[in-house]
Design a protein around this ligand. Structure first.
Ligand code: AMP
Ligand code: MG
Length: 344
């Protein structure tokens, strides 16, 4: 029996999860939000510090375990905002020292992918669409490889920035989704406004679209609902296109969603349609399965860190005893394909 705690703090969310033998038994989180602006890293870090103790207690309570039952402490080592990562690491190290239990450094993006196992996905292509990250990732020969990604900003940050221009606060994603639904007329069709469509091979670019949207917003010629609708239709189609290309390239038959933007029901719908219409190599349709975790596991959360933490703890991958904590540091720019996957 192994019980592993996971701590998430890469950006706006402080989360603590507990996993026991591959089963998630707690997932508590608290998110830093603002009324009008975007994330201020130092403010978000301050938020994490303030809520850490109470989130930790709530997680133990939910799991029904005592501190002494914890066998290892895992934490998000990167990528992320340095001040936020530091708060999580400080909390994790203090716990490791106090409980005399090992520390496991976990890559946040890989955790989004691995936690997809709870949905039944076995060897998927992951469309990881979150605030800072937008990547299409799949396992191949010892590593998680990035097959496509944004060349500039993450899809969530892109949406949040547009929301900030429109003065509707952070996080913008859910508000944009609602506005996009409001754009739909009686026929079910939204009022589409043409935007640039920028797919470059396996990658996408969003900053040009953001500039275009900003100009349209400032011209006051377009209702915000229609811009929100067109933003979703255009950029989500780009995500679906690169995901499908990755599926074809690596010959995998499962698509998994991850990241906060994957909470969007229109993105889920578009991915589902693509999967059901995809043909396999012998021309049969519907051979790609679609997997999407529940919302609490899609957004940044401690449970996915505990989930991968347990796997890595058992595989002795990036595990440090409480006596060698000075060897561990945050890795704000860590890349998915830097990780040697020794546990598969
Ligand atoms: P993450 O960084 O994975 O926690 O995801 C946070 C991002 O998800 C933020 O940029 C949010 O605006 C975005 N987000 C959350 N819910 C939605 C939604 N329903 N539609 C689009 N984006 C969303
Ligand atoms: Mg994330």
């Amino acid at each position: 029996m192994v019980t592993v705690l996971g701590i998430e703090s890469t950006a706006h969310t402080f989360g603590v999860g507990v996993v026991k033998n591959g089963k998630i038994i707690a997932n508590q989180r608290d998110m830093y939000t603002t009324e009008t602006g975007g994330i201020i890293p130092l403010d978000s870090a301050k938020h994490h510090k303030e809520v850490s103790e109470s989130i930790y207690s709530r997680a133990l309570e939910e799991a029904g375990v005592k501190e002494e039952d914890i066998d290892a402490i895992s934490f998000s080592q990167g990528p992320g905002l340095a001040p936020c990562l530091l708060e999580g690491m400080k909390f994790a190290k203090a716990l490791s020292l106090r409980l005399k239990k090992p520390l496991v450094g976990v890559n946040h993006c890989v955790a989004h992918l691995e936690v997809g196992r709870v949905t039944g996905a076995k060897d998927p292509v992951l469309l990881y669409a979150s605030g800072a990250n937008t990547q299409v990732i799949a396992y191949a020969s010892g590593k998680y490889r990035v097959f496509g990604e944004t060349l500039d900003v993450g899809i969530g940050n892109f949406i949040d920035t547009f929301a900030r221009y429109a003065g509707i606060g952070f996080p913008g994603g859910p508000k944009i989704e609602k506005l996009a639904k409001d754009s739909k007329s009686g026929s079910g069709e939204g009022n589409f406004v043409e935007l640039p469509y920028t797919v470059k091979g396996m990658d996408i670019a969003l900053s040009g679209i953001l500039t275009n949207l900003r100009q349209k917003l400032e011209s006051k010629k377009y209702p915000l609902e229609n811009l929100a609708y067109s933003l979703q239709e255009t950029t989500f189609a780009m995500l679906v296109e690169v995901s499908e290309r990755a599926l074809a390239h690596v010959g995998k038959k499962e698509l998994l969603l991850g990241g906060g933007v994957a909470c969007n029901s229109r993105l889920q719908e578009m991915c589902k349609i693509m999967c059901s219409e995809r043909e396999n190599s012998v021309g049969e349709k519907g051979k790609t399965e679609f997997f999407c975790p529940e919302r609490p596991l899609l957004v940044d959360n401690g449970a996915m860190i505990a989930f991968l933490g347990e796997i890595m703890f058992k595989a002795k991958a990036n595990v440090f005893s409480h006596e060698e904590l000075d060897k561990v540091d945050i890795l704000p720019r860590q890349r998915t394909d830097d990780i040697e996957v020794t546990w598969k």
